[in-house]
Design a protein around this ligand. Structure first.
Ligand code: ASP
Length: 316
């Protein structure tokens, strides 16, 4: 069998050991481990990369600690509006949703869009209507509530301090509060097919229907068997302007860079030039994995069929 592998992330930002309690650190590591195990189990049973990334994302969406599904951040209006995308590197099929509410697992809805809608990207009420039609599980507002995210939001809801406030101080404050908790997964299956998925509540206190990079194919999420599968996390606006995930693919396709070199170029050179703080995880069709970020930390993990396994939060 072709070697298989999976990687997950739970967001990047100013994640410092000194801000963490041992209990919280343990809970984050366990959350990443659970997601890796779920995705890896799919691959081990001969499942597809698409099903593996979806399974890993569902675990992270259901975990209150991460900013996706349950535990998503609050918008300016005090509700959760979630974005998600999935892409199949085998045939470039893709599905995305933006600004959906009450959908328990937005990644399942994105997958439904990919497989059964004849479209790639659905938003807002229309996406919710499609969820109902397809029998996707919905939950009441209370299900998504977390005290941590609520307190985070309460401290800035009366200000205009939100993610799109590009002042350096505003961004730093937001990141120090660990508001980037987007989740994602990439995988290479036993057939050598690759896939990527990303899911997020976006940025705390976002307004005007703001959408980040996560559900935008080529920006926060991209997969192509001939190059790579990528899931990003960080300040979405620079990632959109850099068309970050697709740029990694281009560097591999047109310049012959390896996965590691290409991600390094985008994260540590191109994104840094436009204050694009964050990181990304990637896999290629040989099962190689790269986990690279330019922020203080990124919740991340990987596991492959060669028996290699890693889970980390901080630099080094
Ligand atoms: N990239 C996401 C967004 O801008 C945020 C994150 O990664 O946590 O919506």
């Amino acid at each position: 069998m072709h070697p298989f592998s999976i990687a997950v992330h739970g967001g990047a930002g100013t994640i410092l050991k000194e801000d963490m309690t041992p209990e919280l650190e343990k809970a984050y590591l366990q959350g990443l481990q659970d997601a890796l195990n779920a995705g890896y189990a799919v691959l081990e049973e001969g499942g597809t990369a698409v099903n593996a990334v979806k399974a890993a994302c569902v675990i992270l969406e259901d975990n209150l600690l991460f900013n996706a599904g349950r535990g998503s951040v609050f918008t300016k209006k005090g509700v959760q509006e979630m974005d998600a995308a999935i892409m199949d590197g085998k045939n470039l099929a893709a599905g995305s949703v933006a600004g959906v509410r009450n959908v328990r697992n937005p990644i399942e809805l994105a997958t439904e869009v990919m497989l059964n809608s004849n479209h790639v990207f659905l938003s807002g009420k229309g996406a919710n209507d499609f969820a109902i039609k397809q029998g996707i599980k919905l939950e009441p507002d209370e299900f998504f509530f977390s005290q941590f995210r609520y307190d985070q939001w309460k401290s800035i809801r009366d200000s205009d301090n939100y993610s799109l406030d590009h002042t350096h101080q505003g961004l730093e404050e937001l990141m120090r509060d660990k508001k980037f908790g987007t989740i994602g997964a990439v995988a290479c299956d036993g057939e050598g097919n690759i896939a990527a998925a990303t899911s997020t509540g976006g940025m705390t206190n976002k307004k005007y229907g703001r959408i980040g990079d996560s559900p935008l194919i080529g920006c926060g999420t991209y997969a192509n068997n001939s190059t790579c599968a990528i899931s990003c996390t960080g300040h979405g606006e620079p990632f959109i302007r850099a068309v970050a995930a697709h740029d990694v693919s281009c560097l591999m396709e047109y310049k012959g860079l390896t996965l590691q070199q290409a991600i390094n170029e985008v994260v540590n050179v191109k994104l840094l030039k436009i204050d694009g703080e964050g990181g990304m995880i990637g896999v290629d069709a040989n099962g190689n994995i790269a986990l690279i970020f330019n922020s203080a930390g990124m919740y991340r993990g990987m596991k492959n069929s060669k028996g290699e396994e890693f889970i980390g939060i901080y630099k080094d």
